[in-house]
Write a protein that binds this ligand. Structure first.
Ligand code: SF4
Length: 84
């Protein structure tokens, strides 16, 4: 009998839906408010605990990771310091 397999991750453009584990992206408490998950375009819904389109598992709004991308940024490079 074939071993069980984890469903493959679908790719949409350059982004893999739930393609990363928390360990891969160094998920951790945010060091500053500007890089919190609730300021990242991948978090949904932006509640105290929600989800992320990129990282698997429950996501806390007060945490962050290396894939943080500011909301409103098209590739992550458009945010300015005055956005908040
Ligand atoms: S900072 Fe990381 S874990 Fe948090 S919402 Fe963005 S991509 Fe997901």
């Amino acid at each position: 009998m074939a071993p069980l397999r984890v469903p493959e991750v679908r790719e949409v453009g350059e982004m893999e839906i739930w393609g990363k584990s928390k360990k891969q992206v160094n998920y951790r408490p945010a060091p500053t408010p500007e890089v919190r998950c609730d300021h990242c375009k991948f978090m949904f819904p932006r509640l105290s605990v929600g989800g992320c389109r990129l990282v698997r598992g429950n996501i806390r709004s007060s945490d962050t990771c290396e894939a943080f991308t500011p909301r409103g940024a098209e590739g992550g490079a458009e945010a300015s310091e005055g956005d908040l």
